[in-house]
Design a protein. Structure first.
Length: 65
């Protein structure tokens, strides 16, 4: 049974069972995606909680920069 999906990087359709880089169509697309995460082009939203006020998150960001 073929599991055809769309590559998240190039939008090319491919068979996941034939791709060594699934869920990407190729190692190149996998590396492009990793680079985008590392360059902070992608990110996960963070909402402050009562234990972690917004100013604490800003302090951490300043320390990283």
């Amino acid at each position: 049974m073929m599991a055809v999906i769309e590559c998240g990087t190039c939008q090319k359709e491919f068979d996941t069972q034939k791709s060594p880089a699934a869920p990407f169509c190729s190692n190149r697309c996998r590396q492009i995606d990793l680079g985008r995460w590392l360059n902070e082009e992608y990110g996960l939203p963070v909402e402050p909680t009562e234990e972690e006020p917004l100013h604490d998150l800003q302090d951490v960001q300043e320390e990283v920069e």
